[in-house]
Design a protein around this ligand. Sequence first.
Ligand SMILES: NC(=O)c1ccc[n+]([C@@H]2O[C@H](COP(=O)([O-])OP(=O)(O)OC[C@H]3O[C@@H](n4cnc5c(N)ncnc54)[C@H](OP(=O)(O)O)[C@@H]3O)[C@@H](O)[C@H]2O)c1
Length: 163
Amino acid sequence: MTDKLSLIVALAKNRVIGQNNTLPWRLPEDLKRFRALTTGHHIVMGRKTYESLGRLLPDRTTVIVTRNPAYRVEGALIAHSLEEAMALCHGDKEVFLIGGAELYQVGLHMAHTLYVTELDLDVAGDAYFPEFDASQWQLSSREAHISAQGLPFCYLTYQRKTA
Ligand SMILES: NC(=O)c1ccc[n+]([C@@H]2O[C@H](COP(=O)([O-])OP(=O)(O)OC[C@H]3O[C@@H](n4cnc5c(N)ncnc54)[C@H](OP(=O)(O)O)[C@@H]3O)[C@@H](O)[C@H]2O)c1
């Protein structure tokens, strides 16, 4: 476990997080919160998530994880494992793993905090957030909202229980 690693994810009721390498919904409220939480920090992401964003997000340091030793993106740091990515984030008190599915699967075992936005929606998708063992996590906050478009959603924050 790494006490400075946080996962941040938006997911549907059926755990879908993506479809065709993109987000299957529009929720501007969540994008604003994502920006507020992550600004000034390192954001770690899988190569496919980076390519789906198609650009560097401002005011954050981007770390892209890939197995390709030749992969380069100007303005981003490149790592070949999550451990290597974390080593590149030294000095940052909170590092955000922002996806996608493959990176969440690895990061869930190392993270201390989960910021989950749960949308009251069932959507078709091809990328899912991994099942996680709720007994290992303590729900520390829950905020229910309704979007400007009328979609109910919830911000859930979990902290890993200490033994
Ligand atoms: N709803 C949300 O909050 C959210 C957030 C982010 C992404 N998404 C969605 O998630 C989907 C993308 O997820 P994904 O699982 O397909 O891709 P991903 O996790 O973004 O990227 C997968 C790639 O990352 C690299 N990688 C993964 N694990 C690695 C490891 N242990 N060591 C080294 N490299 C590793 C590999 O890159 P190489 O192939 O280059 O080796 C792999 O192909 C998209 O639909 C996206 O829109 C949703």
